[in-house]
Write a protein that binds this ligand. Structure first.
Ligand code: UDX
Length: 435
């Protein structure tokens, strides 16, 4: 069995390498020539721990190749995984599925009899059924469409792909289920729960899982606001409620909230799709989840402003962390960069440092100042904000930072620092939902 992977971003490049790791011959397809040239040399054009060595091993062994041609993919493979992105549509809350449509529509005329096209992209429910009709109209007989959502996290993409919590197969028939079981037979499938279902349920599993995770984060951030009002501690509260097995401690870290290419746009797209289906009120809570999340960014801006006595004009601000979370250089909808840009707009002189995300941040916000070390960013600063919990930043020494700043004001936007230690070092510390 040979495999093609259409779309070689975070999801597709990782999936292609993982499929090669399972022993399949794999062809990765993308429209971005520069990205493919890098991948073909075993180099990953974004930061994802562990991906490059895996990719390079299989490129060097000749098991993994890349191409821009959907016709080549159609002739080459028996199973095609579509991993293109579905960003938020400009001027709308809905998802832009044009890349998915182009992948399925472009591939269909080249498919061989018996081929299975498996969607992995996150799509509005109902998309798979529509694509199955599209493919049926363009392809030879005996071709099927399936949906196999992907739950990987950036920064942990390789581990999540090779050791998933569960596999979800949305399939139209027993034949397609058997094909997917063969793909995932070992080692991924060994001991991993497999849920076999229809196309719509498979699509919904993904969006509702992401909506639930987003809801957990906004719930704890709402509790943080209440904690702030009474001087209670949200981190202790999260530990205590998280010990209830029905609740669980995961995704209960209060702070700047969620960002990235998935959770924010997925909850908006889910709301938009539910509205189209006439059940918008069923997911009305997701609007509140989004609002609470966006409010965290303003709260952090307000905290920094308050520490400087109400005005940021001409003040020097060090923003430590730019990525939307640690272990990635992804700055899409990054809460950290959003806060940095808001402080800049209020007249502050902002310098941003991130262990890996400075180049991607600079491309998105070229007018901010950037530094190549925390020390350079913090030198002369009136306030320091830690906004992404990279290990390099959570282990900073209060005395070392204190030696270069002009005032010891700290905003811990991720509740990731030992506030008592910083206070003992003479710092004024503001956190989220902490006394
Ligand atoms: C998410 C889902 O976890 C993954 O299953 C899906 O496939 C894609 O979307 P990802 O976007 O990579 O993955 O990041 P994730 O680790 O889920 O974090 C999302 C955001 O939530 C980050 O900005 C993170 O900082 C924030 N977060 C997470 C919190 O604010 N608090 C928490 O307790 C956990």
């Amino acid at each position: 069995m040979r495999i093609s992977v259409i779309g070689c971003g975070y999801l597709g490049a990782t999936h292609a390498a993982a499929m090669a790791e399972l022993g399949f011959e794999v062809l990765g397809v993308d429209i971005d020539q520069a990205k493919l040239e890098a991948l073909a040399q075993g180099s990953v054009p974004f930061f994802e721990p562990g991906l490059e060595p895996l990719l390079k091993t299989h490129v060097d062994a000749g098991r993994l190749r890349f191409s821009t041609s959907l016709a080549e993919a159609g002739a080459f493979a028996d199973v095609h995984f579509v991993c293109v992105n579905t960003p938020q549509r400009a001027g709308s809350q809905a998802a832009d599925v044009s890349y998915v449509d182009a992948a399925f529509g472009g591939l269909a005329p080249h498919l061989r009899e018996g081929a299975v096209v498996v969607g992995k992209s996150t799509v509005p429910v109902g998309t798979a059924a529509r694509l199955a009709e599209l493919v049926a109209g363009l392809a030879v007989d005996g071709v099927d469409v399936a949906w196999n959502p992907e739950f990987l996290r950036e920064g942990k993409a390789v581990t999540d792909t090779l050791h998933p919590d569960r596999l979800v197969f949305g399939t139209p028939s027993a034949r397609v289920e058997a094909v997917l079981r063969e793909v995932y037979a070992t080692p991924i499938g060994a001991g991993t729960p497999v849920i076999v279902t229809d196309l719509a349920t498979a699509e919904l599993v993904k969006v509702s899982a992401n909506a639930f995770l987003a809801t957990k984060i906004s719930y704890i951030n709402a509790m943080a606001e209440v904690c702030d009002a009474v001087g209670a501690d949200v981190t202790v509260l999260a530990d205590a409620i998280g010990l209830d097995k029905r609740i669980g401690r995961g995704f209960l870290n209060a702070g700047l909230g969620f960002g990235g290419g998935c959770l924010p746009k997925d909850i908006r797209a889910f709301s938009a799709r539910a509205g189209e289906l006439g059940v918008g009120s069923a997911v009305a809570l997701l609007r509140e989840v989004d609002e609470i999340n966006m409010r965290q960014r303003q709260r952090v801006v307000d905290m920094a402003t308050a520490q400087l006595g109400g005005s940021l004009l001409g003040r020097r601000v060090a923003v430590l962390g730019a990525a939307f979370k640690p272990e990635t250089d992804d700055v899409r909808d990054s809460p950290a960069l959003n806060v940095a840009a808001a402080l800049h707009l209020k007249g502050a002189q902002v310098t941003v440092y991130d262990p890996v995300a400075v180049p991607t941040a600079r491309r998105m916000f070229p007018t901010l100042g950037y530094a190549s070390s925390w020390e350079q960013a913090a030198t002369g600063a009136d306030v320091v904000l830690v906004l992404t919990e990279w290990a390099e930043l959570t282990t900073l020494d209060p005395a070392a930072v204190g030696a270069v700043v002009s005032a010891r004001n700290l905003v811990d936007g991720r509740n990731c620092l030992d506030a008592a230690r910083w206070r003992a070092g003479g710092w004024t510390v503001a956190g989220i939902g902490r006394p």
